[in-house]
Every structure is written in C-alpha cells, then in structure tokens.
Design a protein around this ligand. Sequence first.
Ligand SMILES: C[S@@+](CC[C@H](N)C(=O)[O-])C[C@H]1O[C@@H](n2cnc3c(N)ncnc32)[C@H](O)[C@@H]1O
Length: 416
Amino acid sequence: MGLEVVELFAGVGGFRLGLEEAGHEVIWSNQWEPSIQAQHASNCYASQFGDDNHTNVDIKEIDETEVPDHELLVGGFPCQDYSVAQTGAEGIEGEKGALWWDIERIARQKRPRYLLLENVNRLLRSPTEQRGRDFGVLLHCLHDIGYNVEWRVINAADYGYPTKRRRVFIFGARRDTEWGGWLESHGDQPNYFTRRGFFPREFPVDNRQQQQFPVARNPDASLLGDPKETSESFEFHFKKSGAMVDGDVWTRDVDPESEWETTLGDVLETGGVPEKYYLSEDEIERWEYMKGSKEEERVTDEGYEYTFSEGAIPFPDPLDRPSRTLLTSEGTTSPGREKHVVEDPATGDLRILTPIEVERLMDFPDGWTDTGMPENWRYTCMGNALVVGLIEQMGRTLNQDPEMETSHAFAQMNSG
Ligand SMILES: C[S@@+](CC[C@H](N)C(=O)[O-])C[C@H]1O[C@@H](n2cnc3c(N)ncnc32)[C@H](O)[C@@H]1O
C-alpha cells in the first residue's frame, strides 16, 4: 500500500524510479525546460513511463486546483539560484529560486500528507548577505500550511554510491499524520537526529557524538511571526540536520556512519568505448592547464586588476574512490576544468565518461536517457538528476510506521 505521488520538476524521473521501487505510485507529473524549445527531459520521461497524466508546461501555467489529490508531493526544484557555481545568485527571490512558490501554492491547495524535496545544500545558507533566510522562509511557509519538517544533508558517496553529491533533503509531514505526530513528540530530542528520525533510519550517523553536540535551539528562531518580517530580518545557521516542530527549530551537525564504498572505477564500461570519447593528443596540454592550480594576474572588463587563484583538480580522475560531483557541463572532449576524465583501464588512454557511465554514477538504469535526445543532453539530464537509490531508501522509510525502529537503528539503540 504505497502512497499516491505527484512529481514536480520531474526531469527524467529520478524520484519516480526510486519511489516506484519502494512500492509508491506516481499519479501525475510535470516537467518543462525553459532554456530551449525542445523538451528532451520531458520526452525521455514520457517514453520511459508513458505520457498518461504527464504534463509538459511551465509550472507557472498550472492551476493548483487541477493537480489531482495525492498523498506525497515530491520535487527537486531548480537550484541555480542557490548554487555556488552561479555568480550573482539571488536566492529565493531569483527567477529560478522563485519556483519554490509554485511548490508552496500546490502544497497549500492540496495539503498532501507528506512532502519530499531536494536541493543543493547551499539552500540552507542562502543568501550570503542574510544567511539562512531562504530556508527560514521555506520553513515558515510549511509551518503555516500545517507541516512539521525534518531535513538532512546527505552525500551519496557516504552511503555506498559511486559519486559525491551533497544535497539537502527536506521531509515535510502534515501535523495530523503519523510522521507529523512523531516529529511533534520526538523532534526536540538529540537522538531524533541520530536514530529515531526519518533520515537516520536509512542513513545512519555516528551515534557517539550525541553527548558532545547536543541539539542547539535558538530562542529567537520562532518562525511564527509575520512572513514579511521573516523574509526581511530572519538569519539563522541551519546545520546539516534539523527539525521544525510547531514553528521551533532544532538543528545539529551529524557525521555519516559510512558502511561501504563503490568507486568511479566500478561504473566504467569494460570492453572498449568508441574513439569519440578519447581526448585528442593536441589538447592534453590545455587540459592540464585547465585542471592545474594557478595564480595569475588578471584584469576585469572594467580595467580592475586582481589575482586569480584556484587549486588543482586531479587529472585524470582517480578510479579508486567515488567520483567528484557531476555537473551539467560534461559530454564533449573539449578541455574543461570540471569535466571528468578517466584513464581507460583497457587502453590506458585518457577519455571522458560515456553517457552510460554517468547514468550509472546517478544510479539510473543503463541507457535510461537514450530516448532520442542529442547526446550532450544525456549528460545535462544526469547533471540535473538525483541519485535514484537514495530516493528508494527514503521511499522505504515512508512505508514504515515511525514507531518501528529499523533493525540498524534498533541495534544502535541497544548498543548506544
Ligand atoms: C534539478 S532538476 C530535477 C531533476 C529530476 N529530479 C531528475 O531526477 O531528473 C529541475 C528540473 O526542473 C525543470 N524546470 C525548470 N523550470 C521549470 C518550470 N518553470 N516548470 C517546470 N519545470 C521546470 C528543469 O527542466 C529540470 O528538469
């Protein structure tokens, strides 16, 4: 008896793949790419899952009353405005960040039992000049609509996936649900974040810290005030894990208890990949320059002189550990600092990753995006996606009665 799910900002369906594995059912979805006319991600989604109840229009055009009733609302909302890679990021007020308000109006209208959202972890600190304001606004809204909230920064590599990808996951539980009540009665206790909460069940943390780092409760962190005031004056240091219960915030840092590791080397195709993925000999020097550390005098367009410096990125990428985070800029063999380059184990030559390898990094089935889109878009879609298995794990927790501890958490409880 899974939950009926609505998936927003669906991309190529990372949430759906994970949730369906855990027995939930997506009954309506939306995906629209504003940057180009061709709708590659939406087409891929429709060809993989069928186009029944899939909509390919700007979310802003969707009237919230037309979204069907559902129990779980999910979405990895566009993160450009919070991303450190973006200069001039404007946070929740920026054009992309403003898409939060579309989630908000749908949640307010439909009041599903649960929400599960994903974003870059920088959302917790954004914007720079008023740290924590955007997340404070988000929590304020959810409180106002009737939710208690738990969040956690999770790096996929810490839990056995072959890529580093640090994202904040936000779980909202309507106050009259089992999880909403559980948060209400337990969310203020230190062990909520190390074993009893929604996230630590599948994503265990080092329990020994419990005494050293009790939950910090900021007495000024009440979100019950006026929203305008929250927006103008709210500042708060949200940590990696936390809860908002009835407008009060509880937050603490936690360290993952890593259990096993898969590596970049584990996802490489064996048996030879086409020539087109190999770097050209003539460009190796340029690659080395771009990947290397540098300290250079540069001049801005306005004539202002400054020293530019950056550290080195391993070249090629090491195969014996999880990969660096995949961005949307991969996919061609022209030199690029952030692109992944590997030494092919069979030939010993340098090459970029193949589309199948980036799908494996994100825990998608091989060939998932091979649905007719240009190859560079296959990389873009994976750079935007989430690590599917993490969502499957969260989907399993949603199937549990919160009173029931998982065997892992239970074992910890008996030993801790
Ligand atoms: C961070 S990605 C989510 C990817 C998804 N979780 C996956 O697994 O593929 C955000 C998605 O929102 C879409 N998007 C951006 N603006 C939108 C809008 N105005 N309406 C609907 N979708 C939008 C983007 O095209 C992108 O696919």
